[in-house]
Design a binder for this molecule. Structure first.
Ligand SMILES: Nc1nc2c(ncn2[C@@H]2O[C@H](COP(=O)(O)OP(=O)(O)OP(=O)(O)O)[C@@H](O)[C@H]2O)c(=O)[nH]1
Ligand SMILES: [Mg+2]
Length: 406
């Protein structure tokens, strides 16, 4: 559903810098006239904008359809984890409940009571639920979609936002069919369920709906990945970026996607890292802002699920001993990240004479060529780049072991 992605958005998302071409031109001319001091505020502003970007996702559907379980799954949590939404309590609150992502508090899922548990019309319901707050709506049903869900969808559409129909608990359908002793053809069965949902929605006045068939317990199967891709594609640039960073780390593809997203931030952090021109002496000093380096590496590590809490949660949910997962992480990356770790890992050791071109910085169309060799910009860039590479490789190994991927 959704389909709001205009060609403008598509063009934006291909830009690897978060800046528009116009902004990049300004950065360059500012750099020419005022050096790094003049471009810093612009980059500061952009980083702050990214840090402050919010994503609010509403999940609605009748009681027991699996809203809380879905919200937990999207946040990489099980119902027993700290901060998880309670599952199967049948205690319907009449207000939206907010569930922030475990380490990206600006990404929030909102658990909405089903319209059936209220006396409201669709219009009033959405008003009470603070319609304007949400970027899009997930409408969940555990069987066919009924009148209530259709009414909400129509109203959401009228008000100009996106909604997605999700048919939950597909694993239960298959379980039942197997229990009946029937021969099962999964593809045929999925097609049948999908067509049934689509037909009912069409009859109720949603002409060509897309329905995502999911199991919140089997996120690698059915339409779970396709749903996430659809949500991602319909979001504008900055929101798309934080949505990707909020994915649970459960496949090599997700790790690579996140790594690419984090890469876009490296050059911005590097620009903020201090004066240009100081030539660092490897092994003796780091002529750049250590707090930016340490902060950057710690946040990359969290995004890629390699901090202690994330590894423990992954161990709990996959039944793999946490030590087995930790054994896949390059050792200094597990503990406290400080200047010594950075020195010890030798990141950036050969940066002194390296040029922007050699670092592959030409992907940043304007900025790449303007910083000189040996500057603190390049030093920070190289260190963050190398750290991200090591973290990405470690994270890929961890998910492979955790999920038994070859
Ligand atoms: N097998 C299976 N069970 C699910 C799935 N999603 C939810 N459930 C189960 O369905 C029951 C209800 O799930 P909840 O997530 O609490 O449903 P809810 O929509 O939040 O319910 P309310 O909060 O009462 O409105 C729980 O026992 C869940 O374990 C799924 O995808 N597969
Ligand atoms: Mg619930």
């Amino acid at each position: 559903m959704g389909g709001a992605s205009s060609s403008k958005q598509a063009a934006q998302s291909e830009n690897p810098t978060f800046f528009t071409q116009e902004e990049l031109n300004k950065l360059k001319s500012d750099f020419v006239t005022g050096g790094v001091e003049k471009v810093k505020p612009l980059i500061d502003k952009k980083v702050a904008e990214l840090d402050n970007t919010e994503l609010n996702i509403a999940v609605t559907g009748e009681t027991g359809t699996g809203k809380s379980t879905f919200i937990n799954a999207m946040r990489g949590l099980r119902s027993t984890d700290v901060g998880a939404a309670e599952v199967g309590t049948w205690e319907t609150t009449m207000k939206p409940t907010r569930y922030p992502h475990p380490h990206l508090p600006n990404v929030c899922y909102w658990d909405l009571p089903g319209i059936g548990s209220t006396e409201f019309t669709a219009g009033r319901y959405l008003k009470e639920m603070k319609f304007e707050r949400y970027d899009f709506f997930i409408i969940i049903s555990a069987c066919r979609f009924k009148e209530n869900e259709v009414k909400i969808a129509k109203e959401i559409k009228r008000l100009g936002k996106n909604f997605y129909f999700v048919r939950s608990k597909i694993d239960v359908d298959f379980y039942s069919i197997r229990k009946e002793g029937k021969e099962i053809n999964e593809e045929k069965e999925l097609k049948y369920i999908r067509n049934d949902c689509v037909r009912k929605l069409a009859e109720a006045g949603i002409p060509t709906p897309t329905v995502f068939l999911i199991s919140s317990f089997e996120q690698d199967r059915y339409d779970f990945v396709r749903l996430n891709e659809a949500l991602e594609n319909d979001l504008p640039n900055a929101k798309k970026s934080i949505f990707v960073l909020a994915f649970p780390n459960r496949s090599v593809e997700i790790i690579q996607k996140k790594s690419k997203e984090l890469m876009k931030r490296v050059w911005m952090l590097a620009t903020l890292s201090g004066a240009v021109g100081a030539v660092p002496v490897p092994g003796v000093s780091l002529a750049c802002d250590i707090s930016i380096l340490v902060g950057g590496i710690i946040s990359f590590r969290k995004c890629l699920g390699l901090d202690d809490a994330s590894l423990q949660r992954l161990a709990n949910s996959t039944g793999k001993p946490v030590e087995e997962l930790k054994a896949e992480v390059k050792p200094p990356l597990l503990g406290k990240i400080d200047k010594n770790v950075i020195m010890r890992l030798g990141w950036g050791a050969t940066v002194v004479a390296i040029s922007a071109m050699e670092l592959g910085l030409d992907f940043v169309p304007v900025i790449g060529s303007i910083f000189g060799a040996g500057s603190s910009f390049l030093m920070t860039y190289k260190i963050l780049n190398d750290a991200l590479k090591d973290l990405t490789e470690s994270a890929e190994r961890v998910v492979k072991v955790a999920f038994g991927i070859d």
